[in-house]
Design a binder for this molecule. Structure first.
Ligand SMILES: NC(=O)c1ccc[n+]([C@@H]2O[C@H](COP(=O)([O-])OP(=O)(O)OC[C@H]3O[C@@H](n4cnc5c(N)ncnc54)[C@H](O)[C@@H]3O)[C@@H](O)[C@H]2O)c1
Length: 455
């Protein structure tokens, strides 16, 4: 099978470092043959990495899509607000599409895009990368096999991490909801997709609360200047002091998040970017308006509840999940890939259970210590799907989800190219489902009321 050919619109962090990098690591599976990127430095670097001839390098998505179809697939990795144009035009031009999330920044655009794409019958995959991780696939299998009985409640957290939040949602491209998309959609449409996939029944209502509580001028340390580099008196005590992150803690690191700050990742390049650019701004004096903590509750048709907590104030940047069922519970965290299953029945066999007292195990954990309990390692390196691939090089982008998505997308494009039906597990319908919950949650947050969802 010959490699599928791809055009990339938006050769930024995702376009270059996730999808472009995949093609460089798996040239027998996918090749980039055209690019659209307005930043001349990014465009030139990307074109050189992928050996793209001058006549297939374009400044914007519309320049690229003015031509007849240049490749099998089109990867749309433009900023949040530049989505409908490349997606709808790409579908009309006959490309197989891989579209970054959020699929659409507003409900009106979602409706229009959905109608236009349905008309074309295009093959559209959405980059809900977490569904392709070993971790969430294992969770899904455990639920579907009835390991913990009837599903009652899923509690998911997205711990964005204090430095990541400051980077993207206070200083960076997603700092303003009106110039990108609301934090829940921008960051957590993945979580909403996971919840609806794991629960797999219609969501009936949603409520949400959340505010921007900390990254505001009244919390600035006394005497803090506009920029960290202007002699901030709180340099040693502020967790968000930019030079500590980008110059010290990330010294020697030359990909995201440093490449979002500057393409010149030398010490001098970083310092110059902090002195002039958005990433050196005091986090208390930026023009940000995204909420910094939010909760969402979703009620499903059979009484299952899902809760989601997202926010800035965590040391880790990861996701955790707790799934409560009628016969047991599962808990886990994505960064370590560790899952623990506890069933509400005694373990079978002659396992010796060490009790420190009748309701404590030897670690002091409460419960009946002879309940059946086991742990599963479900990190990227234990994913048999990825381990089997020849020529695999380590990439744990999104806990293996980036590579997992691309493996499936490429396979499906190969099928589509040979005239067979192709579909990704995360397609237009899934994006519609998760995005409609996000839009409803935002309405609820603003109105202070529960919002009913129509099927
Ligand atoms: N799937 C995920 O988990 C995930 C993770 C991070 C970001 N994202 C999403 O991916 C998208 C891109 O994010 P990013 O971090 O790569 O941002 P980025 O800013 O690094 O990259 C976007 C690129 O698009 C380019 N661009 C702007 N206008 C364009 C146009 N008219 N035509 C072609 N290119 C244009 C920009 O110059 C930039 O290089 C965003 O919507 C973001 O929300 C998804």
């Amino acid at each position: 099978m010959t490699a599928v050919t791809l055009s990339v619109v938006g050769a930024g962090h995702r376009g270059a470092e996730a999808y472009g990098d995949y093609c460089l690591r798996y040239p027998d599976r996918a090749r980039v043959v055209a690019v659209a990127e307005p930043d001349p430095v990014r465009r030139a670097e990307f074109a050189e990495d992928h050996q793209i001839p001058a006549e297939r390098q374009f400044a914007t998505w519309s320049d690229l899509l003015a031509h007849d179809r240049l490749s099998d697939g089109l990867v749309v990795a433009t900023p949040d607000l530049i989505r409908a144009g490349p997606v709808v035009t790409g579908a009309r031009k006959g490309y197989a599409l891989l579209v970054e999330k959020p699929f659409a920044p507003t409900e009106e655009q979602l409706d229009a895009m959905s109608a236009a794409i349905t008309e074309t019958g295009a093959f559209v995959g959405v980059a809900h990368v977490l569904r392709y991780t070993n971790f969430y696939r294992t969770v899904k299998r455990l639920i579907d096999e009835g390991t913990i009985g009837r599903l009652i409640h899923i509690d998911q957290t997205e711990d964005i991490g204090y430095w990541h939040f400051a980077h993207s949602y206070v200083r960076g491209n997603w700092r303003r909801a009106d110039e990108s998309s609301p934090m829940l959609l921008a960051k957590s449409c993945h979580d909403l997709d996971l919840l609806t996939w794991l629960i797999d029944e219609p969501a009936e209502s949603v409520s949400s609360s959340g505010t921007l509580t900390h990254f505001t001028p009244q919390h600035a340390p006394e005497g803090a200047p506009e920029r960290c580099t202007d002699g901030c008196p709180a340099a040693d005590t502020c967790p968000f002091y930019a030079p500590r992150l980008y110059l010290d803690r990330l010294s020697g690191h030359h990909t995201w998040p440093v490449t979002a700050v500057t393409r010149d990742t030398s010490d001098a390049g970083r310092l110059a970017a902090l002195q002039d650019g958005p990433y050196g701004r005091c986090v208390y004096r930026s023009d940000n308006n995204q909420v910094d903590h939010q909760v969402v509750t979703i009620s499903f048709a059979t009484g299952v509840l899902a809760t989601l907590r997202i926010g800035a104030f965590t040391a880790s940047n990861t996701r955790t999940i707790r799934i409560l069922g009628s016969h047991g519970e599962i808990s886990g965290r994505l960064d370590t890939g560790e899952l623990e299953v506890r069933r509400f029945l005694p373990a079978r066999g002659d396992t010796v259970h060490e009790w420190s007292r009748w309701d404590r195990d030897v670690q002091g954990r409460s419960g009946l210590p002879d309940d059946e309990t086991w742990t599963i390692s479900a990190g990227p390196t234990s994913d048999p799907d990825l381990a089997d691939r020849p020529g695999r090089r380590e990439s744990d982008g999104h806990a293996g989800g980036d590579d997992g998505l691309m493996h499936e997308f490429v396979e499906q494009v190969q099928q589509w190219r040979s005239g067979q039906t192709a579909a990704l597990p995360t397609e237009l319908r899934d994006a519609e489902r998760s995005h409609r919950i996000a839009f409803a949650a935002e309405r609820s947050r603003h109105a202070g009321q529960t919002v009913e969802l129509t099927a």
